[in-house]
Design a protein around this ligand. Structure first.
Ligand SMILES: [Zn+2]
Length: 449
């Protein structure tokens, strides 16, 4: 039994933006058992200065894309030329190097206040598509990396069967494929998780899986009541090719194949038609926006407001990890809309905070996290209000200040299931996260094979 005394905390549903002063949290067995507001400082409680929010949830990650940071931003091109650079990184990853990279990336996430990651995992096999002795070696490396960095993971095991509409997998992509949806399911089925890990499924995109495969994955995930994620309409070319192949938009194809349910999250959803937006909203599916990646790749700005108004709960992901900062993702939802509409105030600050916390929790199958409330998992992030960025922001506006001005560097304390993994801005059991990233990203390091 541990108690935390918070100067300020966002209590209850984060979408309500209810900031309370002097909040005493009691945790037992990883779960919050009481949330008492307006208490005097408790002598033996752990003092969390600043504002404590539910742990941030990164609903869309490809851990290995972190290797591209700084190396691709200055190069001209588009999504498709960036993808070629991304494939070059894939070519040098094996289970041990994948583990080391992912552990360092997840430690960077922990420092940024992220308590749960959704890893959209498709790098399943050895070069040329050969299988490792354990066919789940790469996914298991991610599950272990999350455990060893202290955060929770939902492993979204991704079905990826072809290189595009009517095109087989080629070259690097051979590592992504299981050959058939049945073989994908058999491999995904045989995985073992841990207390910190939950299983989910993903369809890479309508490009990478044929209609029968899409239906089969949806049926498989549905039988297991698992989260199901899918990249959707990130690029206009995907829409054009889908219309050419199926006579309908990717969203309509997914709807007809039974993919869109309240357990589903569509990722990006950048280039949608009005009927697509209505269909996603009606289904209760969530939308995961990744504004920093969508900016970085020149994807465009998706209809986040229209999707939210249609009934799709929003969440966010750092996706390619051009930056790992969920405050930047959350405010990006609003600020990008402002650039398009030349108006302010589309999404309330509390709605943006909810996208980065409770929305992501639901998207990743952790509905028991995502809020500071009795019975919820004790996943917390504390943001200092004394940093140069946040000093002087008054407490009635604390949620707006955090959402619009905080960065990852302002996170001081992170608690996952009652276990402190970050204290005073430092990782509690990984001494040098920067050094680990540098080592994992040095292509000349490690034993050459
Ligand atoms: Zn992605």
């Amino acid at each position: 039994l541990i108690q935390y005394w918070c100067d300020l905390a966002v209590v209850g549903d984060p979408a309500h933006g209810n900031v309370a002063e002097g909040v005493l949290l009691t945790e037992d067995g990883g779960v919050l058992t009481s949330v008492a507001v307006g208490t005097a400082p408790a002598f033996d409680a752990v003092h969390l200065r600043g504002i404590t929010i539910p742990g941030l949830v990164n609903a869309h990650s490809h851990a290995f894309h972190r290797a591209l940071r700084g190396r691709t931003e200055g190069i001209s091109g588009d999504f498709w030329s960036w993808r070629q650079q991304m494939y070059a990184v894939v070519d040098r990853l094996e289970p041990d190097t994948y583990y080391a990279l992912a552990r360092a990336v997840y430690a960077e996430m922990a420092l940024a206040g992220i308590t749960t990651v959704g890893e959209f995992h498709y790098l399943h096999h050895a070069p040329h598509g050969a299988h490792y002795d354990d066919a789940n070696a790469m996914g298991n490396a991610l599950v272990a990396a999350a455990a060893d960095s202290g955060i929770r993971i939902t492993l979204l095991d991704t079905c990826y069967l072809r290189g595009g509409f009517g095109r087989p997998l080629a070259a690097t992509q051979l590592r992504f494929g299981d050959g058939s949806v049945e073989a994908w399911a058999e491999r995904a089925e045989s995985r073992t998780m841990g207390r910190h890990a939950r299983a989910g499924a993903a369809i890479h995109s309508v490009r990478a899986v044929d209609r029968r495969g899409i239906e089969a994955v949806a049926e498989w995930a549905g039988r297991r009541q698992m989260p199901l994620h899918v990249h959707l309409s990130e690029q206009p070319a995907e829409n054009a090719e889908c219309i050419g192949a199926h006579g309908c938009t990717p969203t309509r194809l997914l709807a007809e194949a039974g993919v869109l349910t309240s357990r589903t999250t569509v990722v990006h959803a950048t280039h949608l038609e009005a009927p697509d937006i209505a269909s996603i909203g009606r289904s209760g599916a969530l939308t995961c926006l990744c504004p920093t990646t969508e900016r970085d790749l020149g994807d465009g700005v998706g209809p986040g407001l229209a999707l939210a108004q249609a009934g799709s709960e929003l969440c966010v992901g750092s996706d390619s990890h051009a930056v790992v900062d969920l405050f930047e993702e959350a405010r990006g939802i609003e600020l990008d809309q402002r650039l398009i509409t030349r108006r302010r105030g589309h999404h309330a600050p509390s709605a943006l905070l909810a996208a980065a916390t409770s929305g992501g929790s639901r998207a990743l199958g952790w509905p028991d996290a995502g809020a500071i409330a009795p019975g919820r998992l004790a996943d917390l992030a504390t943001v200092s209000l004394d940093t140069p960025r946040l000093a002087g922001t008054a407490s009635p506006f604390a949620v707006a200040a955090v959402v619009f001005a905080a960065t990852s560097a302002d996170v001081t304390d992170v608690i996952v299931g009652g276990r402190r993994i970050v204290g005073g801005g430092h990782h509690c059991f990984i001494d040098d996260v920067g050094g680990d990233l540098r080592a994992a990203l040095d292509p000349t390091a490690g034993d050459p094979r």
